[in-house]
Design a protein around this ligand. Structure first.
Ligand code: ZN
Length: 321
C-alpha cells in the first residue's frame, strides 16, 4: 500500500484565558468552535477545537487553555508560525477588519513572494493569513462574523524553525512523501501534494535558524502539528514506517486516532486519521454549542463544570439563542 499524507490535519497550541481565546478565534477570525471538551489527560482544563463548518481535517486549530500558566517562548524545535489560507484579493478587507478590532497586523510579502498579513493572537501566538487562489471555498464557516467570500479556508502551511534542517528534510522527503518545491535563503518549502492547485494545507516550510534560541512550550506557543492519514489501516502502516522515531502506540482521541513522534529537530509531530470526525458525539448543527465529555467522564460532569472556568460561547449567525 502506498501511504500518502493529504496535508495538515490540525495544529494544537497552548492558550491562556479560554474566553479570550474563544472571543478571538470565533468572534474575530470567524472560525467555528466545533468542539468544547476537556483535555482528556487533564479534565479540569478545556480542550477547544476550531475549524470550518464541519471541522474538516485541514481546518482544525485546537487549544489547551491554561489560565494560570506562564508565557512560553517561540523558537527552534517548534512550529513558529501557523498560516491560514484566504482567497486572493481579501487582504484589504482583513487588514481593515482586524485594525477596527484592535488586532495588530502587518501586510508583508513573504520570502517566497506571497502576499500575507501577519498577526498575533491574544497570547502572542504567531499567525498569518496567506492570499492564495489555491484554497477550497467550501472549507469555511459561513455563519461566523466574517463574510463568506473573505472567510478563512483552512490552513495554508506551517513553519518549523530548526537548528539544522537536513535530518528533518530527510524525514519529510524520504519517509513522509513530501517534496521540495521552493527555497530561498534559509526557507525550504515542501509539499505533500502532487497537484499545485490543491497545495494549500499540504505545505510545510522549514526555516533553518542555527543561531535561534530553542522554543519553550507554554502559553502562546504551538504544542504540535498533526498530519492527515485517510484511514486506520494507513495509520498502522505509518507507525511501522516511522519505527525509528520512537512513535507512540495508536491513541484514541475520540474525533480521530493518533500517533505521535518527535521529528529530528524537536517538533512534536502527530499523524491523525480523518475519521470519525466531530459529529460522532453531537449533531453537526450543534457542534461546539455545549460541553461534551467522553463517556468515562460523564459521571463527573457536575464536578467538572464546577471547576472549569465559565465561558460564553459564540452564537452562529442566523440562529436564535
Ligand atoms: Zn493533536
Amino acid at each position: 500500500m502506498e501511504n500518502s499524507i493529504p496535508g495538515i490535519h490540525h495544529v494544537t497550541a497552548i492558550a491562556g484565558n479560554p474566553q479570550a481565546n474563544i472571543d478571538f478565534y470565533a468572534g474575530i477570525l470567524g472560525l467555528r468552535l466545533v468542539k468544547l471538551t476537556v483535555n482528556f489527560d487533564d479534565p479540569t482544563t478545556y480542550h477547544l477545537y476550531y475549524g470550518d463548518g464541519q471541522g474538516h481535517p485541514g481546518t482544525i486549530l485546537t487549544f489547551f487553555p491554561w489560565p494560570n500558566a506562564r508565557r512560553g517562548r517561540i523558537g527552534t524545535g517548534q512550529v513558529t508560525v501557523t498560516s491560514f489560507a484566504v482567497p486572493d484579493g481579501s487582504l484589504d478587507f482583513w487588514e481593515k477588519y482586524l485594525q477596527q478590532r484592535r488586532v495588530n497586523c502587518k501586510r508583508e510579502k513573504s520570502l517566497l513572494g506571497e502576499e500575507i498579513l501577519a498577526l498575533t493572537d491574544p497570547d502572542g501566538l504567531q499567525l498569518e493569513l496567506v492570499s492564495t487562489p489555491h484554497a477550497d471555498p467550501d472549507r469555511i464557516w459561513g455563519r461566523g462574523p466574517v463574510p463568506p467570500e473573505f472567510a478563512i479556508r483552512g490552513f495554508h502551511h506551517v513553519t518549523l524553525a530548526e537548528e539544522g534542517y537536513e535530518r528533518t528534510a530527510r524525514l519529510l522527503t524520504e519517509t513522509m512523501g513530501f517534496r521540495l518545491i521552493e527555497s530561498k535563503d534559509n526557507r525550504f518549502r515542501y509539499t505533500a501534494s502532487s497537484d499545485s492547485a490543491s497545495q494549500a494545507g499540504a505545505i510545510v516550510d522549514v526555516l533553518c535558524t542555527p543561531a535561534g534560541r530553542p522554543g519553550l512550550v507554554a502559553v502562546g506557543t504551538v504544542h504540535h502539528v498533526a498530519w492527515r492519514t485517510p484511514t486506520d489501516e494507513q495509520q498502522v502502516e505509518w507507525r511501522k514506517a516511522l519505527g525509528e522515531y520512537n512513535v507512540t502506540p495508536i491513541i484514541d482521541r475520540k474525533y480521530f486516532h493518533s500517533i505521535y513522534f518527535r521529528e529530528p529537530g524537536g517538533v512534536l509531530f502527530e499523524i491523525a486519521t480523518d475519521p470519525p470526525g466531530f459529529a460522532i458525539d453531537e449533531p453537526a448543527e450543534k457542534l461546539g454549542s455545549h460541553l461534551v465529555l467522553p463517556a468515562w467522564l460523564e459521571p463527573h460532569r457536575a464536578e467538572l463544570e464546577e471547576v472549569l472556568p465559565k465561558v460564553r460561547l459564540p452564537q452562529a449567525k442566523g440562529v436564535s439563542a
